[in-house]
Structure formats: structure tokens, C-alpha cells
Design a binder for this molecule. Structure first.
Ligand code: SAM
Length: 320
């Protein structure tokens, strides 16, 4: 097993199925372009082979399918079938929910029982302004359908000063009423934000999020798994919410994540643009592929930082 000096190892793999997305959120892409896949994206079969090798090489026990928007990818159903057959205890999905209702039968058939849906507002106009694609009603229908089918749903919301600060309480109330764990994600200094003054203007930190909740709910800090990116709070009698406080309370020292981009590169750290190609391994016999993969994994683990500074890499390419 590969472990670094801080005791970190790869336990959790995020696979970006495609960089294409039916949204063009302003914090992810600057120019409003949608549905653009990365150049040279791997086929579903190659991506699944890459995942098989990574699981065999690392003993990864958590796998999250992300993107781009995974549900727009024609590879989704096939990929789901393959990863459903791998010895990975926990397979889940991060989606913007736009196509969730339609794709739910395939998701359920794969055995997946939990998903994260990204939703930044319950205001339909605010929704259009942030996502620059899709519509709010489809997301809400998708969430309801997933809950009705017995899935565990978490919702991710990125609070931003000018876009949705007024939505912190409505979103929390919406989630608590449905038994959903809401995760507030502090805006990350990624992609074009890294060189834009808008990052500082829009950033809303942990303390301000909590201050927005305090007038309505009493909350207490509660347990989170040791390698969780989120700090968690319990509202007695109502439920739990979390904050992914990458700036206010970085989780880098306990990070166990490895990322695979849709065009076949490994990323050991969200806050480091270094990447490691694995295309050349996919057609090799297993023993050769695994021994070469080991050295790339050692390098990727060495890319992990001790503090989150952000990076110019674009979230939709490496998977959020
Ligand atoms: N399309 C899927 C979705 O919307 O969940 C998966 C990909 S998306 C890149 C994954 C997550 O990254 C979303 O929750 C999104 O809000 C978040 N994200 C993207 N850019 C971000 C940024 N600069 N700061 C914080 N979160 C960001």
C-alpha cells in the first residue's frame, strides 16, 4: 500500500466521465460554453479498464462518478454496469440532477444507493443566472424521484455573495424537510477564478454561513468520518448539514482522494495541476500495467498539498 509521510493514501477515486456539461456555471467555466467534451476523451471501455486497474492497484473502496455532467455522457450506462461489478464497497454519483429522473432506473439497477445533487438555489431566475442552462423544476423532480426510490441524497450548494447568499436558509429548510444532508461548499479558487478578482468578492466562508443559519436554527458540531472533506453540524430534531470549508478549515492533511479525468490523466490533488497519463497502460497485460501504475500512483500521492490554494485546472475537466 502506498502511504505518504502524513499517513495519507488513496482510498477514494473520482472519475470524470466527460467534461461535457449541460450547465455553464459561472464559477466553473468563464465563457458560458456548454456541452464541450475534452479532446481525446477515453471510451467507456477504456475508462472502465482504467478504473479496474486503479481499484486493483490501490484497494480503493469508494468510487464517485462525476464530470462535467456524467448523466449527459453516452458512456454512462455502460460505465455504470462495469463499475457495479467491481469490488468497490461504495459507488456513488455527483450530478446536477437535470437528467436524474430519466436516468434513475439505470442508476437503481446498478445497485447504487446514494447520490449527491448540486443545486445552488431554489429561485428559478437565480438558478438560470448561476447554471446558464437547464431548469430548476427538473432538478427538483429528480431529487423527489431519487428520494421516493429510497436513495440517500446529499445536496451540494456553493454560496456566493452576489448570487445566492439569500438562499442559505431556504436551501437548508428544503433539505431538512426531506431528510437530505445539505453540504455548503466554500467557493474554490479554481480555473479562471484563480486569476479573477471575482473570487474574493464572491467567496463566503464557514463563519458567515453559520452566522446565516444561527438566527433560525441551533446547531452543534457533530462527527464526520476521519477523511471527510466536510465538517458536520446537527440541528437537534431536524437533521444534519455540512460545510466543505476548504479555505476556513482545510482538510488536506486527511485527504484520500485520487481523480481520473475523462481523457485519462490521474490527479493526486485538486490544488495541484500536475497530472499523470495512464493511456499507455490500458492495453498492457494486467501484471505489467499494475507495476507501471504503482510508480505513477507514488508520484500522484506526492502531488498532494498540505493546504488548499486552488489551481488553474478547471473543475469540469478533473471532476469536482
Ligand atoms: N455536473 C456535476 C454536478 O454539478 O454535480 C458534477 C461536476 S461539478 C464540477 C461537481 C461540483 O463541483 C458541483 O457541486 C459544483 O458546484 C462544484 N464546483 C465547481 N466549481 C467550483 C468552485 N470553483 N468552487 C466550489 N465548488 C465548485
Amino acid at each position: 500500500m502506498i502511504v505518504d509521510a502524513l499517513g495519507r493514501r488513496f482510498r477514494s477515486l473520482r472519475v470524470s466521465l466527460t467534461a461535457a456539461c449541460n450547465y455553464a456555471c459561472g464559477y466553473c467555466v468563464p465563457d458560458g460554453k456548454r456541452l464541450i467534451a475534452a479532446e481525446d476523451e477515453l471510451s467507456g471501455t477504456d475508462l472502465a479498464r482504467a478504473v479496474e486497474l486503479l481499484v486493483a492497484a490501490t484497494g480503493i473502496d469508494k468510487l464517485r462518478i462525476t464530470g462535467g455532467e456524467p448523466l449527459v455522457s453516452p458512456k454512462f450506462d455502460e460505465f455504470l454496469t462495469v463499475v457495479g461489478g467491481l469490488p468497490v464497497a461504495d459507488v456513488s454519483l455527483t450530478t446536477n440532477g437535470q437528467l436524474l429522473e430519466r436516468k434513475l432506473p439505470a442508476i437503481l439497477a446498478s445497485g447504487m444507493r446514494r447520490i449527491n445533487v448540486s443545486l445552488d438555489t431554489l429561485n428559478p431566475l437565480g438558478f438560470r443566472a448561476i447554471a446558464r442552462g437547464g431548469d430548476l423544476a427538473s432538478v427538483l423532480r429528480g431529487i423527489d424521484a431519487a428520494l421516493d426510490a429510497g436513495m440517500r441524497v446529499k445536496v451540494n450548494m456553493v454560496p456566493m455573495r452576489s448570487a445566492n447568499l439569500d438562499q442559505i436558509l431556504p436551501m437548508l429548510e428544503y433539505c431538512l424537510a426531506r431528510g437530505i444532508e445539505l453540504r455548503f461548499i466554500e467557493l474554490m479558487n479554481m480555473g479562471h477564478l484563480k486569476t479573477s478578482a471575482s473570487y474574493g468578492r464572491e467567496f463566503v466562508g464557514r463563519d458567515e454561513i453559520l452566522a446565516g443559519i444561527a438566527p433560525r436554527f441551533e446547531y452543534e458540531r457533530t462527527d464526520a468520518p476521519f477523511d471527510s472533506t466536510a465538517i458536520r453540524f446537527e440541528i437537534a430534531g431536524h437533521g444534519v448539514f455540512g460545510i466543505i470549508a476548504n479555505e476556513s478549515e482545510p482538510f488536506c492533511n486527511a485527504c484520500t482522494r485520487l481523480r481520473l479525468s475523462s481523457n485519462g490523466y490521474l490527479y493526486g490533488c485538486l490544488s495541484n495541476a500536475r497530472r499523470h497519463a495512464i493511456h499507455d497502460l490500458l492495453a498492457l497485460p494486467e501484471h505489467m500495467a499494475l507495476s507501471r501504475l504503482q510508480s505513477r500512483l507514488v508520484t500522484a500521492l506526492g502531488d498532494k498539498q498540505q493546504a488548499f490554494r486552488g489551481e488553474v485546472t478547471v473543475m469540469k475537466f478533473i471532476g469536482g
